[in-house]
Design a protein around this ligand. Structure first.
Ligand code: ADP
Ligand code: MG
Length: 338
């Protein structure tokens, strides 16, 4: 959890903004607190709007992030938020703050990274703002659309639902740790390939846009969120917003193989990677148990592995049944470097 200068957590500040300053009108379906704002366009369609900023030396480090990586990642974070609502991204506007020492070539690379991903998902980059400033920063806002009666909200989880997650978890933080430590656990080809996968997951994450649309076309969506702060943190968001409890099964968690290998060489705990690794951009969602099994099969057949990791229960909080069958609290925290 990020902290600002007055020592307040980011989420504490957002709560105050929401309680005291959020303004609504009759068209707003969901405001502050979900992955994107949702508004009614007409009887059947909903508009979705999300925005995200990356700042040099806060969210990225140019010593191991290329300008193309940066453009890709900023676009991916926004597309992932539209996916987390079950929507289809339509267009993006981009605002950049450019310090003096940045070259035109670098900005072009930044745009090439954004364009490649935008093109893949049919998203237009069609506006923005350019200013000079001391620190490089990149802000992208993405507009998307979904079906008004089938938006995946953080508040949509219901007691009795199963909890699912796409892909595997842990590789983004493991990739970052390896990039920071510059430790190469081994020079064997296999290890190098594994590291490439880890670096790719951290630097060029793939937003689950197609998967979200597939789910929205086949199921009445319940709870849905993307993993930007980490599995544990997003489970807490779902539990709080839906006013339910969550119970997960440690044995069912899809820990990325590469994260296990990296954890061993970095002397870290793979479970910590799985629970707390942020910037994974996987989809975390809930569906009634029978549909969950079907969703898992449909996504797997479409090429995206999907795991059922637990269930939504009455009550509150997030707990996990460990391999030793002990039932423990899952703390509401992001990844801590230790
Ligand atoms: P995500 O990780 O999905 O991008 P965030 O944690 O950044 O979501 O934001 C959580 C919620 O708070 C979102 O609904 C977002 O729109 C809202 N939010 C964040 N910062 C502000 C702000 N400064 N003013 C109003 N709403 C905000
Ligand atoms: Mg999100």
């Amino acid at each position: 959890m990020k902290r600002n200068r007055v020592g307040m957590s980011e989420f504490g500040l957002i709560d105050i903004i929401k309680k005291r300053y959020q303004t609504m009108n009759k068209d707003i379906i969901a405001g502050i607190g979900d992955d994107a704002a949702v508004f009614a366009i007409d009887k059947t369609r909903a508009g979705l709007l999300t925005i995200d900023t990356l700042v040099d030396n806060v969210h990225f480090d140019l010593s191991y992030t290329s300008f193309e990586d940066l453009g890709h990642k900023a676009m991916a974070a926004n597309l992932s938020d539209i996916a987390a609502m079950g929507g289809r991204p339509v267009l993006a506007v981009v605002s950049i703050t450019i310090p003096r020492d940045i070259r035109l070539k670098d900005i072009e690379k930044l745009y090439a990274g954004m364009r490649k991903l935008a093109k893949k998902y049919g998203v237009a980059i069609c506006g923005g703002d350019t200013i000079s400033g001391k620190q490089l920063s990149l802000t992208i806002a993405v507009y998307g659309e979904g079906r008004k009666n089938n938006i995946g909200l953080r508040s949509g989880a219901k007691a009795g639902d199963a909890i699912l997650v796409t892909g595997s978890l842990g590789a983004s933080q493991a990739g970052l740790d390896l990039l920071i430590s510059k430790i190469n656990p081994s020079t064997t080809l296999r290890a190098r390939n594994q590291n490439t996968k880890l670096f790719k997951k951290h630097l060029r994450p793939e937003p689950r846009v197609k998967e979200a649309q597939l789910l929205a076309s086949k199921f009445k969506l319940h709870g849905m969120i993307d993993i930007s702060d980490g599995l544990a943190s997003e489970l807490h968001h779902l539990a709080r917003e839906s006013r339910v409890g969550i119970l997960i099964d440690q044995g069912a968690l899809p820990v990325a193989d590469e994260a296990i290998t990296a954890a061993n060489s970095l002397k870290k705990d793979p479970l910590e990677y799985c629970l707390y690794s942020g910037e994974e951009y996987e989809l975390l969602f809930t569906l009634p148990a029978r549909q969950a099994v079907k969703a898992k099969i449909i996504l797997s057949r479409a090429g995206t592995p999907c795991s059922i990791i637990g269930q939504v229960i009455k009550g509150n909080g997030v707990r996990m049944i460990g391999r030793d069958l002990k039932n423990v609290k899952v703390p509401d925290q992001g990844y801590k470097h230790f």
